[in-house]
Design a protein around this ligand. Structure first.
Ligand SMILES: Nc1ncnc2c1ncn2[C@@H]1O[C@H](COP(=O)(O)OP(=O)(O)OP(=O)(O)O)[C@@H](O)[C@H]1O
Ligand SMILES: O=P(O)(O)OC[C@H]1O[C@H](OP(=O)(O)OP(=O)(O)O)[C@H](O)[C@@H]1O
Ligand SMILES: O=C(O)c1cccnc1
Length: 487
C-alpha cells in the first residue's frame, strides 16, 4: 500500500461516481452548463429540537486547495476508466463556482438548505462527497455537544474523546465541532494548537500504577505541576485515593493549586457525595470533583437528579462517536440545471416517501423572529429572488399540513445562507471560534424552551413560501403527467 505520495491531495476524496458522471458531462459537451445543488437533512439528529451547524471551516479549506496533483491524475489514468482529454481537464481544474452556506454555530433544521453550490455541472458534481462527509459528521457532534452542554449548564465540560474517535480526522474536527456546540475545553493538544481550543487534562491510572500507590503518584505529580487534579479511583476511591489526595494537598500547601480529584468508575452519585464530605471536612471546600466514564446527557442528567456532587464533566466516547446515531443522513440534491436553450430550469427528485422528495429551485432560508419578544417564529424557505423583508405580514404554513398556518406581523427576517465563494473566490471572512460559540448561544436564546428540551421537543416550523410551495406542486404535477403519458 502506498500512503506516501508527496503530492497527495484531498481532491480524490470523493465517490467514484462523481467522476464517472463528470466524464459523461464532459464528453457530451454539457459540462459547463450551470447547476445548483443544495444540502439538507431529513430527520433531526438525536430527535433533538434543533441542530447546530459546524463544518464550514473544513469546507472552505477543502475548496481553497482543490486541485488535482500529478499523482492524483496518474492514479486515475491507471484505473483505465477515464479518457486522456478528461484527465487533462482535471489536471487543470479550478473551482469557479459560488457557495452559499449557513454560518457555523447557526441553528439548523431538517428540510432546509444548509449549503448551496452553484457552478458548472462538472464542479458542482465534484464537491458532493466531501461536503456531505464533513457536514454529516460535524453537525452530529456539534449537536450532541449542545445537548450535553444544555444539561451541564454553567458547569465545565471537557472533551475527552480522541482515543475513541473514528480515526485522526474525526478526533480533530469532532473536537472543534464539540467546542462550537458548547464544550469548554479539549484533551486533544493538536486541536489546541490548530484551532486555539483551550486544552485541559488530568492524569491516567497508569501514573498511579507506575508508583504502585496513590500517595507516591500524587506526590510526584504535585512536585512537577502547579495545577493538580488527582485521579482517585485506581485502587479504592474512599479508602485510598481521596485520603492520599488530601494528604498530598496538605503537605504541598501553597506550592500547588489543588484543583480537585477525578472519579472514573463506580457509583458516581454515591462516591461524589462521600468525596465532597471528605474534601470539605479536610478544609478543601473549593476543591472540585471531576467525573468521567461513558458519560452522556442522559447519565449526567440522571446523576444530577441523584444529587451527585460533581462540578466538572469529562465526556469522550459518546460525544465524539455521536454514539446513539451514527450519521445525520444529509444529502446533496440538484435543484436547478441549465437546459438546451441555456435557461435555468428547476428540477425535483420525486419519491413515494414525502420526506424523500426534494424542493425544486434555488433557495434562501429566512429566520423569522417576532420583534416583540425576540423569539424565533420558524424558518421560511423561499425561492432565491424573494425577500420577505418587504412584506408587512407573512403567511406561514406547514408544507405537509397546510391547514397548520399562522400570519406573522412585526417580524424580522434574517437570511441564513451567506455568500462564501463567488466565482471560486472566498468572499467570506470566517468569525473566530469564540465568536461562533457566542453566536450559537445567541441563536439558542432566541429559541422557545419548548424546542430546546432534550426529550420530545416541539417540532420547529420550517415552512415554504407560497411561491416555493406552488413551484414544487407544479413540478410534481408536470412529472406525474409526463410519466402517465409514457404508459
Ligand atoms: N449513580 C449513577 N447513576 C447512573 N449511572 C451511573 C451512576 N454511576 C455511574 N454511572 C454510569 O454507569 C456506567 C457504568 O459504571 P461502572 O462504574 O460500572 O463502569 P465500568 O465501566 O464498569 O467501570 P470501570 O471503568 O471500572 O470498568 C457508566 O456509564 C457510568 O457513567
Ligand atoms: O469514557 P469516555 O466518555 O470515553 O471518557 C474518556 C475515558 O478515557 C479514559 O479512560 P481509559 O482510556 O483510561 O479507559 P477506561 O475505560 O478503562 O477508563 C478516561 O478515564 C475516561 O474514562
Ligand atoms: O485528562 C484526562 O483526564 C483525560 C483525557 C482523555 C481521556 N480521559 C481522561
Amino acid at each position: 500500500m502506498k500512503f506516501l505520495y508527496p503530492d497527495d491531495s484531498p481532491a480524490l476524496h470523493m465517490d467514484a461516481y462523481e467522476l464517472t458522471m463528470m466524464q459523461t458531462y464532459w464528453q457530451q459537451g454539457i459540462g459547463n452548463r450551470r447547476a445548483v445543488f443544495e444540502t439538507f437533512f431529513r430527520k433531526m439528529p438525536f430527535e433533538n429540537g434543533y441542530a447546530v451547524f459546524a463544518g464550514l471551516d473544513h469546507i472552505i479549506r477543502y475548496i481553497n486547495q482543490l486541485h488535482f496533483t500529478d499523482s492524483d491524475i496518474e492514479y486515475l489514468r491507471s484505473t483505465g476508466q477515464f479518457n486522456d482529454e478528461f484527465l487533462d481537464y482535471l489536471a487543470h481544474f479550478e473551482f469557479h463556482g459560488n457557495i452559499r452556506s449557513m454560518a457555523e454555530g447557526e441553528l439548523v433544521f431538517n428540510h432546509e438548505p444548509i449549503v448551496q453550490v452553484e457552478g458548472t455541472l462538472l464542479e458542482t458534481q465534484l464537491v458532493e462527497t466531501a461536503i456531505l462527509n464533513v457536514i454529516n459528521y460535524q453537525i452530529m457532534v456539534a449537536t450532541k455537544a449542545a445537548r450535553i452542554k444544555s444539561i451541564v449548564g454553567d458547569q465545565t465540560v471537557m472533551e475527552f474523546g480522541t482515543r475513541r474517535a473514528q480515526e485522526f480526522d474525526a478526533a480533530l474536527w469532532g473536537t472543534r465541532a464539540a467546542y462550537i456546540g458548547g464544550f469548554d475545553a479539549t484533551s486533544n493538544v493538536r486541536a489546541g494548537k490548530l484551532f486555539g481550543i483551550p486544552i485541559s487534562g488530568t492524569h491516567a491510572h497508569a501514573l498511579v500504577q507506575t508508583y504502585r500507590n496513590d500517595y507516591e503518584a500524587f506526590k510526584a505529580y504535585a512536585q512537577t505541576h502547579h495545577d493538580c487534579v488527582f485521579l482517585v479511583d485506581t485502587y479504592d476511591t474512599l479508602k485510598s485515593g481521596v485520603p492520599s489526595a488530601i494528604r498530598v494537598a496538605r503537605e504541598m500547601g501553597d506550592q500547588i493549586n489543588f484543583v480537585g480529584v477525578r472519579i472514573d468508575s463506580g457509583d458516581m452519585a454515591y462516591l461524589s457525595k462521600k468525596v465532597r464530605e471528605m474534601l470539605d471536612d479536610a478544609g478543601f471546600p473549593d476543591a472540585k470533583i471531576i467525573a468521567s466514564n461513558d458519560l452522556d446527557e442522559k447519565t449526567i442528567s440522571n446523576l444530577k437528579m441523584q444529587g451527585a456532587k460533581i462540578d466538572t464533566w469529562g465526556v469522550g466516547t459518546k460525544l465524539i462517536t455521536a454514539f446513539d446515531q451514527p450519521t445525520l443522513g444529509a444529502v446533496y440534491k440538484m435543484v436547478s440545471v441549465e437546459n438546451d436553450a441555456g435557461e435555468m430550469v428547476d428540477t425535483i427528485k420525486l419519491s413515494n416517501n414525502v420526506a424523500k422528495m426534494s424542493t425544486p429551485g434555488k433557495h434562501q432560508v429566512w429566520r423569522i423572529t417576532d420583534r416583540q419578544d425576540g423569539k424565533s417564529e420558524g424558518d421560511y424557505v423561499t425561492l432565491s429572488d424573494e425577500d420577505p423583508r418587504q412584506l408587512d405580514s407573512l403567511f406561514m404554513f406547514d408544507p405537509n399540513y397546510t391547514f397548520l398556518n399562522k400570519t406573522v406581523v412585526d417580524f424580522e427576517a434574517r437570511p441564513l445562507l451567506q455568500d462564501i465563494f463567488i466565482d471560486g473566490q472566498q468572499v467570506y471572512t470566517e468569525p473566530s471560534l469564540e465568536e461562533i460559540r457566542a453566536a450559537k448561544q445567541r441563536h439558542l436564546d432566541k429559541l422557545w424552551d419548548e424546542y430546546k428540551r432534550d426529550l420530545n421537543p416541539e417540532v420547529y416550523p420550517v415552512d415554504l413560501s407560497q411561491k416555493c410551495y406552488d413551484n414544487k406542486m407544479k413540478m410534481i404535477q408536470q412529472i406525474h403527467e409526463k410519466v402517465r403519458k409514457l404508459h
